[in-house]
Design a protein around this ligand. Structure first.
Ligand code: HEM
Length: 219
C-alpha cells in the first residue's frame, strides 16, 4: 500500500499501472506493434495523435505562467510540428484535407482542453500521461515502426517519437518526476490529479478501441 509519504510521482505511476498494461496490450496496439497492420493504420493513429497534441499544445503557452502547471511546460517536449512532418510523409502534402478525428479522439481532446482552461492541475495529468509515455514506451513504438514500415531511423514518419532537444531522456524523466513530487497541491487535489491520470489512460484506450474496430483483422 502507498502511504502519504510516497512521492507523488510514484503514486501516479502505481495508480495507473494496471491501465498502462491495458493500453499496452490493447488489440490495436498489439496488432500494430506485432507488424500485423499496414502503414495506413499507423497513419490513422498518427492523425489521432495530432488532435490530442493540438489540444495539449495550443494551451501550453498560456499555462506557462500558471503557478501549478507552468513548470511542466517545456518547449523541448512540443510534438505538434513533428507530427505534422510525419503526416506530410505518411499522407502527402495535402494531409490536412483528409484529416478526421474519431469520436473517441474528439472526446479525449475536448477533455484536455477543458482541463487546460479550467483546471491546470488536471492538465498536468494529461501532460504526464502523454509526454512521459512518449519518452518511455514511445521509443519501443518507434523502433517497431521503423522495422515494420521501413521508415528511416529517427526520420520522417517517426519524428513524433524523436525528442531532438532532449539529449538524455532518463535524466529528463528524473527531473520530471521531481516536478511531480514538488507539485503545489494538497492531498485531496493530488487524489484528483491521480483520478484524472486514470481518466487520461482510459481516453487513450478508447481511441485504441475505436482504431481496433476500424482496422479489424479478418479472422
Ligand atoms: C505498446 C505500447 C506501450 C509500451 C510498449 C509502453 C512501454 C513503456 C515502458 C517500457 C515504460 C518505462 C517504464 C519506466 O520508465 O519505468 C513506460 C512508461 C510510461 N508509459 Fe508506456 N508503453 C506503451 C503505451 C503507453 C500508452 C498508450 C500510454 C498512455 C497514453 C503510456 C504511458 C506511459 C507513462 C505515463 C509512462 C511513465 C511512467 C512513469 O515513470 O511514471 N504508455 N511505458
Amino acid at each position: 500500500m502507498t502511504s502519504s509519504n510516497t512521492p507523488f510521482s510514484t503514486l501516479v505511476r502505481t495508480a495507473s499501472h494496471e491501465q498502462h498494461m491495458e493500453a499496452e496490450t490493447s488489440t490495436f496496439m498489439s496488432d500494430l506493434l506485432g507488424g500485423r497492420l499496414g502503414v495506413d493504420a499507423y497513419a490513422r493513429y498518427t492523425e489521432q495523435l495530432w488532435f490530442v497534441y493540438r489540444a495539449l499544445e495550443e494551451s501550453a503557452e498560456r499555462l506557462s505562467d500558471d503557478a501549478v502547471a507552468g513548470p511542466f511546460i517545456q518547449p523541448e517536449l512540443l510534438r505538434l510540428a513533428s507530427l505534422e512532418q510525419d503526416l506530410a510523409h505518411l499522407r502527402g502534402a495535402d494531409w490536412r484535407a483528409g484529416l478526421t478525428a474519431l469520436p473517441a479522439t474528439t472526446t479525449y481532446a475536448q477533455r484536455v482542453t477543458e482541463c487546460a482552461l479550467t483546471w491546470p492541475a488536471g492538465y498536468i495529468a494529461h501532460h504526464y500521461t502523454r509526454y512521459l509515455g512518449d519518452l518511455s514506451g514511445g521509443q519501443i513504438i518507434r523502433d517497431k515502426a521503423e522495422k515494420t514500415w521501413g521508415f528511416t531511423r529517427k526520420g520522417d514518419g517517426v519524428r513524433f517519437y524523436v525528442f531532438e532537444e532532449i539529449a538524455n531522456p532518463a535524466a529528463f524523466k528524473r527531473r520530471y518526476r521531481e516536478l511531480l513530487d514538488g507539485i503545489r497541491a494538497d492531498d485531496l487535489e493530488k487524489q484528483r490529479i491521480v483520478a484524472e491520470c486514470k481518466r487520461a489512460f482510459a481516453l487513450n484506450t478508447a481511441v485504441f478501441q475505436a482504431l481496433g474496430e476500424e482496422f479489424r483483422l479478418s479472422a
